[in-house]
Design a protein around this ligand. Sequence first.
Ligand code: GRF
Length: 220
Amino acid sequence: MNGAKEFRLGILGSGKGSNFVAIADAIGAGRLPARVALVLSDVEDAGILREARARGLPARFIPPGRFRTKLDEEAERAYVAALQEAGVDCVALAGFMRILKGEFLRAFEGRIVNIHPSLLPAFPGLEAWRQALEHGVKITGCTVHFVDAGVDSGPIIAQCAVPVYDDDTPETLHARIQVAEHELYPQCLAALARGEISLRGRTVLWRRTATACCANAARS
Ligand code: GRF
C-alpha cells in the first residue's frame, strides 16, 4: 500500500475458502495492510461465502451462466461491475474454478493473482496435487502468480516447496500443500499491497527489503 491509500482486495472462490480465511486472518493480525472489499463466488453455497459472511464481509453469489469452465459474457460483465463498484485494487483468486477471459482480464490487467497447488510450470490445471502424486515427484508445492490468458501460466510471484512422502494420499498431500499456501498467499498479497513487487517481462521482481518466507529463503 502506498501512503495512506487503502489496498482493496476482491476475492473469488468456488470452494471451502481456507485461503480466504488465511488472508482475512493476516489482515486481522496486521500482517497484510489491506481490506477485503468483496468476496464473490460462482457456487451459491460455497464455504468461502459462509466464511466471509461470518466475518461481516460483503459476499455475493453471482451465477456463472451457461458454461462449465468459464463465465459467460453476461456473468463476466456482472463480476467486473461488482468488483469495480467495490473499488478493488487487486483480484485474488482463491480456488476459483473458472478460467477468466477477455473483458475480465482487460478490466483488471496486471492486477489479478492466483494461488496454484504445485510448483508451476509443473502440473497446471485441475487437482495438481493428484497429478504430482501420479507422476511420482518427491517435491511439489504451491505457486502464487499473476493471471494471464493461459491456464496457470502467468508470471510467478513466489513459490513454496513441499515434500511428497511415500505414503501420501491425494488428501494428505493437498493438506500439506495448503499449509504452505496459507503462509505464502497472504505474504505475497502484503508485498503487492505495499508496492514491493514489479514486473520485468515475465520476471517478477521483489524489492530487496520485502519478505516472503519461501520466495526469499534463498536470499538471506
Ligand atoms: C487451493 O488448493 C488452491 O491452490 C487451489 O484451489 C484450492 C482452494 O482451496 N487453486 P480453498 O477453497 O482456499 O480452501
